[in-house]
Design a protein around this ligand. Structure first.
Ligand code: SIN
Ligand code: CO
Length: 374
């Protein structure tokens, strides 16, 4: 887990900072592990199903303009980049390299359905994405190298001239943090920030997801002008049970839609949104034969590995896989919790037909690695 500064506990972090205030945590993760190398990151950025961007900082005197290119990139192009003033960003790294998901274990006090992805960036000296705001909370974990962050909770105006490709704010000084390996900066949504590599560096961003009001009210007359995000500044660490969407989360979602949906519809929609995958990284589901084969593997007390791209959650009444929902039995809670914690389903925990049927359904929805086809 992150080492909080002073005697701050996870509960106090949630109470004082989560969704409220930025927090700089020096040496919160003395060594970022698992880590990825600059070459591995560049290789990911050459792949078709990996979302990647290059951002160039074009300087003229004090003025900086930011130009973005989207991947996939040619390996030779990446190898020939200049010595300064660019950064390469790769999204959803944990879905392509499942071992990297271990980094999420450093924030066990956040329900895992709230975590969207691990974005990893490599910046050459002078590189960065410019001053901006994000809509979601983020833990910016510094890997190798050095970066200087500026952070402010002041309102900063947009700067439409700074980029044709990116939403950039005016530059500001704010509070400056000179960060090195192991430092972590937590930012709530909407806080302007701006990080520039002072030495070539890697940054691991554990970014959150939060559905918006309009995601729940599709097809209903809803004012798009007022489209707030799901918020949980009152989050309690006890809500963070692996894969679990708490009834408190459902109540917050109900508040978000002003009671325009009934409890069951809110719960179902929240579960589906919490497990929604991007089209290009949605795992393939098992066909009927493969699903039965997987169930047989389990019956023989085998284990199934959860697919690296699968999004799985459960609440008091349902299980959700990649935005699909199925009712669950009360007895499913134990194996669902264990499976979500380990990303492995232990067949010894599947003891009745109801659970077996649920596993068969899950495998058809793309929950597990499939056996190699002959
Ligand atoms: C980065 O890794 O350079 C960008 C992270 C961010 O500002 O959100
Ligand atoms: Co940002």
């Amino acid at each position: 887990m992150l080492r909080f500064p002073g005697k701050l506990s996870a509960e106090q972090f949630l109470e004082r900072y989560w969704q409220k205030n930025p927090l700089f945590m020096p040496a919160a993760l003395p060594h970022i592990r698992p880590a990825i190398t600059r070459n591995e990151l560049a290789w990911l950025a050459t792949l078709d199903d990996v979302e990647s961007r290059l951002v160039f900082s074009q300087r003229s005197g004090e003025q900086v303009r930011y130009r973005a290119e989207t991947g996939p990139f040619d390996a030779a192009y990446l190898a020939a980049l200049p010595a300064r003033d660019w950064t390469l960003l790769v999204h959803d790294v944990e879905k392509h390299v499942p071992a990297m998901r271990k980094l999420f274990d450093h924030v066990p006090f956040i329900p895992d359905w709230r975590i969207d992805d691990l974005m990893v960036s490599f910046a050459a000296p002078g590189g960065g994405v410019g001053p901006h705001r994000d809509n979601y909370d983020v833990f910016l974990c510094q890997g190798i190298g050095r970066r200087e962050w500026h952070v402010t909770t002041d309102e900063i105006a947009d700067d439409p001239h700074a980029s044709d490709d990116l939403a950039i704010t005016r530059t500001f000084k704010g509070i400056t943090h000179a960060v090195s390996e192991g430092d972590v900066l937590y930012l709530p949504p909407g806080v302007a920030h701006w990080g520039t590599a002072t030495r070539a560096c890697m940054t691991y961003s554990v970014g959150m997801r939060a559905p918006q009001r309009s995601d729940f009210l599709i097809g209903l007359a809803d004012s798009q002008q007022h489209n707030p995000f799901y918020r949980d500044p009152d989050l309690l660490a006890v809500e963070a049970v692996p894969g679990f969407i708490s009834s408190e989360a459902r109540k917050r979602a109900q508040h978000l839609v002003d009671g325009q949906l009934n409890e069951a519809d809110v719960a179902k929609t929240l579960g589906c949104l919490a497990t929604q995958t991007k089209d290009w990284i949605t795992p393939e589901g098992a066909d009927d034969d493969e699903a039965l084969e997987l169930a047989d593997t389990l019956l023989q007390a085998g284990k199934l590995t959860v697919h690296g791209m699968a999004c799985i959650a459960w609440d008091d009444h349902s299980v959700y896989v990649n935005a699909a929902q199925r009712p669950r039995s009360p007895g499913d809670a134990d194996w669902l919790r264990s499976m979500c914690a380990l990303r492995v389903l232990d067949g010894a925990l599947i003891v009745d037909t109801a659970a077996r049927d649920c596993v068969i359904w899950m495998s058809k929805m793309g929950a597990f690695d499939l056996p190699e086809k002959e």
